[in-house]
Ligand binder design. Structure first.
Ligand code: 0O2
Length: 205
């Protein structure tokens, strides 16, 4: 990436806008959680986190996807420069969160990627919402793109272990562990299903 593009990523305006977007996204998750918690009588969202993608990670993604390594191209094509995550105990609550967020008119849902119904080849499971949120900066409104990842605690645990493997890509042992992890992704799916069934049995008592 050229130095003028790097400067744009490091600029105060980019950082202020990104951090504002993160605050707005986090508020959206909390508000959706409050609405659902009131309705269901239990807390739905267990954990949230957010990050702005590092310049190194943006550069690596541009290279991997064959995008021009420019600020404009990265901003247009990389959906998860801003990423927020909401983790729920139960799989049906993941979908409930997505449904409530879809009712917010100041959150544009550009695309939904359901890696729960359609897991990735690695075994990765989560519900992704590619979204845009309005940010006001220096008198102007701008829609800022961000990816909301919604998943269960079990999916999050799996994704964390899988993430560690990514840096060992290509090594023979890593390939074998990757295969094993894919099997455990199925175990996680079964556990998620059983947990919902158990909660329903508890609710019925
Ligand atoms: P990091 O390190 O989390 O920032 P596209 O939208 O199709 O143009 P993209 O963004 O690659 O391209 O889409 P995808 O496949 O939905 O991945 C988006 C993010 O989901 C990834 O961001 C990861 O955070 C997560 N993810 C996707 N696949 C996997 C997987 O197999 N294992 C784990 N642990 N996470 C995954 P980044 O930028 O790749 O990574």
């Amino acid at each position: 990436m050229k130095s003028q593009d790097l400067k744009k990523f490091k600029s105060s305006a980019f950082l202020v806008k990104s951090n504002s977007a993160i605050s707005m996204y986090m508020a959206k998750l909390e508000i959706a959680n409050a609405e659902l918690s009131l309705k269901l009588g239990r807390n739905v969202l267990i954990h949230t986190c957010a990050r702005v993608k590092t310049i190194e990670s943006i550069q690596a993604k541009c290279k991997k996807k064959g995008y021009d390594p420019t600020f404009e191209c990265a901003m247009e094509k990389i959906n998860d420069i801003i990423g927020v995550r909401g983790v729920c105990s139960f799989q049906d609550d993941v979908y409930r969160m997505a449904e409530v967020l879809a009712t917010h008119q100041d959150l544009k849902i550009i695309k939904k990627k359901d890696y729960i119904q359609h897991p990735k080849n690695s075994g990765y499971r989560s519900l992704h919402l590619i979204t845009e949120i309005p940010i006001y900066f220096q008198g102007e409104m701008e829609w800022i793109r961000g990816e909301i990842q919604l998943r269960t605690t079990a999916m999050d645990f799996w994704a964390g272990v899988d993430h560690q493997l990514r840096y060992k890509k290509g090594k023979k042992e890593a390939v074998l562990i990757g295969r094993e992890l894919k099997e455990y992704s199925q175990v996680v799916a079964e556990l998620d299903q059983k947990m919902v069934e158990m909660r329903e049995r508890i609710d019925a008592i």
